[in-house]
Design a protein around this ligand. Structure first.
Ligand SMILES: Cc1cc2nc3c(=O)[nH]c(=O)nc-3n(C[C@H](O)[C@H](O)[C@H](O)COP(=O)(O)OP(=O)(O)OC[C@H]3O[C@@H](n4cnc5c(N)ncnc54)[C@H](O)[C@@H]3O)c2cc1C
Length: 424
C-alpha cells in the first residue's frame, strides 16, 4: 500500500500550509473585474476611430471597389481621402501632423477597411505599420521632422526589401549602395513592392558591403523624383487595386543624410518592422473574413429552398457557426498580439515579447480568411460564383495573406523556433 514517509509527510504539510496561505492571499488580493478587459474592448478613441472608418469605407470606398478591382487601379481620390481622414498618420505624433493614436487604432482601421476592400486596407497598412514606423523608431529627430509630416499628410510610402532572388531569404538581396562624396549611389532591382505605383517615398534596403553578409544591409530613403523607376506593374489574382511593382535603381543618387538607422542596421530594422507589420496583415485578413461573412450570411436567411431559408438547414447553420468561431479566434489572436506589442513598446519587458503571437495571428487569420471567403461563395450558391456579389473577390484577395510579409511556412518556422527554444 502507498504510504508517505515521515519526511515526505512533513513536506506535504509544508506544502499545504503554503497553499492555504497563498490561497488566502489570492482571495484578499483578488483584482476587481474592471482590471481585466476582454480583448475586444477598446478605448473610447479607438471605438470612435472604428465608427468613423466604417462610415468612410461605406460611403467613399464601397461604391468604387468593383471598378477599381476590374481596372486593377487604385482611384487617386481614395488615396487623397485616406490622408484627409487622418488615416495615414495614425501613430505619428500630432506635432508632426499625425493623430498620435495607438497601434491598436491602426489595427482597427486596417481591419475596418479590409471588410470593404482589402486593397485599400493593405495600402493603409503598409504606409502606417511599416513605412511610418521605420521613421518613428529608427530615424533621427531631424529626419522625423523632414519625413513624418509628409507621410502623415500627403506622400504615400512603400517598403522595398524583396528582390527577384531574395524573397523568403530576404537578406540575400543584391541591391548595392556605394558612397560617392555626400551621396549614396544605389543600383539594383526590387520586386513585389506594394504601393509603388502611387508612392512618392521609398524605403530601400541595399548592401553597402556584400562581404559582410546581412550585416552590410542598410536602409535608405528616396523620393520618386530622385529617379526611382517602375519597370513593371504586376497583374495579380487578388488585391488588384493595390499596386505591386518591380522597381529599378540605375545610379539612383540619394543624399548622405537619407541613410536611416545607421550603416549595416538595415537587417535589424527589416526584422523588427516585419515582426510587428504581420499584426497588420492579420488585421487585414480578419477584416476580409468578417466582410465576406457579413455579406453572405444575411443572404442565407433570405434565400429559400424546400420552403425554408437555406441558412436554417443544419448543414448550413453549422458551417456558419464554425466560421463565426474561426473569425472570433483570429480576432482574439490579432488583438492580443497588438496589445502585447503596445505593452512591449511601453515597457521593453521581454514578458510582452510578441513575435510568436504576431506570427500565429498572421498565420491563423490568413487561413481563416481563405476558409471563410471560400465557404461564403458556396453559401450563396450560383450567385456567389458571379462577380456581382463581390464574394469571389474576397476569396481571390484572401490568397495573399499566406504569402506576403513572410509566407505561412515562414510563420510556422518562426513559431517552431520559439517552441524548440522553450522545450529543448
Ligand atoms: C502582392 C504582393 C505584395 C508584396 N509587397 C511587398 C512589399 O511591399 N515589399 C517587399 O519587400 N516585398 C513584398 N512582397 C514580397 C513578399 O514578401 C514575398 O513574395 C514573400 O516573402 C515570399 O517570397 P517569394 O515570393 O520569393 O517566395 P519564395 O521565398 O521563393 O517561396 C516559395 C515557396 O517556398 C517556401 N519556402 C521558402 N523558404 C522556405 C523555408 N525555409 N522553409 C519552408 N518553406 C520555404 C515558401 O513558403 C513558398 O511556399 C509582396 C509580394 C506580393 C505577392
Amino acid at each position: 500500500m502507498f504510504s508517505l514517509s515521515r519526511t515526505s509527510l512533513r513536506q506535504a504539510r509544508q506544502l499545504q500550509t503554503v497553499l492555504r496561505h497563498s490561497s488566502r492571499s489570492f482571495v484578499t488580493s483578488r483584482p476587481r473585474h474592471s482590471e481585466f478587459k476582454p480583448l475586444d474592448m477598446f478605448s473610447e478613441e479607438e471605438e470612435m476611430l472604428r465608427e468613423s472608418v466604417q462610415r468612410f469605407a461605406a460611403q467613399e470606398i464601397a461604391p468604387k471597389v468593383r471598378e477599381m478591382d476590374e481596372n486593377e487601379m487604385m482611384d487617386p481620390s481614395i488615396v487623397r481621402a485616406l490622408f484627409d481622414q487622418g488615416l495615414m498618420g495614425i501613430e505619428i505624433s500630432p506635432d508632426l501632423g499625425g493623430a498620435g493614436s495607438s497601434f491598436t487604432s491602426a489595427i482597427v482601421a486596417i481591419e475596418e477597411l479590409a471588410k470593404v476592400d482589402p486593397s485599400v486596407s493593405v495600402m493603409c497598412d503598409v504606409h502606417n505599420t511599416i513605412v511610418n514606423t521605420v521613421f518613428r523608431k529608427y530615424a533621427t529627430p531631424e529626419q522625423q521632422q523632414t519625413w513624418l509630416p509628409l507621410l502623415a499628410e500627403s506622400k504615400l510610402g512603400s517598403f522595398c526589401l524583396s528582390e527577384p532572388a531574395a524573397g523568403s531569404d530576404a537578406f540575400a538581396l543584391q541591391t548595392r549602395a556605394r558612397k560617392d562624396g555626400n551621396e549614396w549611389v544605389i543600383n539594383g532591382s526590387k520586386m513585389w513592392i506594394t504601393n509603388a505605383y502611387e508612392a512618392e517615398v521609398f524605403l530601400i534596403f541595399a548592401t553597402i558591403d556584400p562581404s559582410k553578409g546581412y550585416k552590410g544591409i542598410t536602409c535608405f530613403v528616396a523620393t520618386k523624383d530622385m529617379g526611382v523607376q517602375i519597370a513593371k506593374k504586376e497583374e495579380k489574382l487578388g488585391i488588384r487595386a493595390s499596386s505591386t511593382c518591380v522597381l529599378n535603381f540605375d545610379d539612383l543618387r540619394v543624399p548622405a543624410e537619407n541613410l536611416i538607422g545607421g550603416e549595416g542596421l538595415g537587417y535589424k530594422i527589416a526584422i523588427e518592422i516585419l515582426n510587428e507589420g504581420r499584426i497588420g496583415i492579420a488585421a487585414q485578413m480578419l477584416g476580409l473574413a468578417q466582410g465576406a461573412f457579413d455579406r453572405a450570411v444575411p443572404y442565407t436567411y433570405e434565400r429559400k429552398q424546400f420552403g425554408q431559408p437555406v441558412g436554417t438547414f443544419q448543414g448550413m447553420a453549422f458551417q456558419i457557426a464554425q466560421a463565426a468561431i474561426d473569425i472570433e479566434a483570429a480576432r482574439l489572436l490579432t488583438y492580443n498580439a497588438a496589445r502585447l506589442k503596445e505593452q512591449f513598446d511601453e515597457t521593453n519587458d521581454p514578458k510582452y515579447s510578441f513575435t510568436k503571437q504576431a506570427a500565429m495571428a498572421k498565420y491563423a487569420a490568413s487561413q481563416v480568411a481563405q476558409r471563410v471567403s471560400g465557404a461564403a461563395i458556396e453559401w450563396a450558391g450560383g450567385v456567389g460564383f458571379t462577380r456581382e456579389t463581390g464574394l469571389e473577390k474576397y476569396w481571390r484577395d484572401s490568397k495573399i495573406g499566406a504569402i506576403y510579409e513572410g509566407t505561412s511556412n515562414i510563420q510556422l518556422q518562426t513559431i517552431a523556433k520559439f517552441i524548440q527554444k522553450q522545450y529543448s
